[in-house]
Write a protein that binds this ligand. Sequence first.
Ligand code: GDD
Length: 421
Amino acid sequence: MLKAVILIGGPQKGTRFRPLSFEVPKPLFPVAGVPMVQHHIEACSKVPNLKEILLIGFYQPNEALNSFLLKAQQEFKVAIRYLQEYSALGTGGGIYHFRDQILSGGPQAFFVMNADVCSEFPLVSMLDFHKQHGGSQSYVILGTTANRTQSLNYGCIVANRDTQEVLHYVEKPGTFVSDIINCGIYLFSPSIFQHIAEVFQQNQQELQLEENSSWQRMEVIRLEQDVFSTLAGRGKLYVYKTEGCWSQIKSAGSAIYASRLYLSQYGTTHPERLASTKEGGPTIRGNVYIHPTANVDPSAVLGPNVSIGMGVTVAAGVRIRESIILHGAVLQDHSCVLNTIVGWDSMVGRWARVEGTPSDPNPNDPYSKIDSETLFRDGKLTPSITILGCNVSIPAEVVILNSIVLPHKELSRSFKNQIIL
Ligand code: GDD
């Protein structure tokens, strides 16, 4: 029997995702039409013998999360539970705190996945690889290749070329270590808890020397720095390298990129989710997802890489490219939306143009990953996609370029390169 854990973090995490994470917990933000973590859950549901998925995080349980989990449980026919940490315990602390729940029922192994990654989730291949590389005494990290500069933003892995054993692991190194990076998807045997327990005991000893030390500080454990770095070179940690698509979803810009990757996967995994040009319907270019409740005028042109959410209205002559339109938004006649996320219930007026600059990986560099973006560089706003927070209103005939508009704003003119508070 197998299990899976998805680390969903909590409200203080995902700050680069603002203003979108004000409205919905980041793990539920729709990517290619479905909540970010649904892609993980769906992948888990296809693994034979995977009996339970545990989401671990420090969000207060809320209506949105509960109803999503209930629906996912029914749709994917797998048990799913949310376990709430009393505070942020780190990527290793949460799983250690809930180890009894993870181990109940005696799983032979369990996956651990960061919620904010987009992947093809080669879980079955990881299982086969695990069996061939030490089985119950070993642990597998999913790895991919990045270019030298971008590798510095990730966990970096030096591995034995023949055996794929991880010899050296450095989390976000200051200088180049390796171009193999950690994808944030792991397969652990239950014995991993012995190694996490060692870190816990070490924390305990160190903190006993301090006055006013708290239990919470002992429980904070980082899988990457505290566990992987020490396990490297001990014949227990292996890297399974994937050639498949992978990216992080840190910022809103990377959500558009991840959406593109998932939409292109739908071609093989879910062709029914992709729209096509039909008699009397809108013109579709490339991969486009349209929620069945959306109302799209036949004269609109959509794509490539567009996701249209629930109850969205797309009026006559509208053009949308490389964008995510969230539920309830209204795009009025002849508006144009490019490289933008339009927030829930927002309105774009007639003939308005809302446009951002994509932050795509370099197409000439096969190992280029989307970089963690910074909003400001040298005190200036860096060009980014445009984001309209929820319930924003854009008047007719204006241009909004490379800007971020906070929720509930009613604009009255054009803006360029600004954060509109
Ligand atoms: N439950 C819980 N508790 N989840 C957490 C916590 C915590 O205290 N802290 C982080 N997470 C979750 C986040 O929500 C996210 O899904 C994941 O764990 C990793 O978050 P970060 O700590 O922000 O790390 P990172 O994304 O910068 O880097 C990690 O992921 C990269 C791949 O995307 C590392 O594992 C890197 O080595 C890796 O390359």
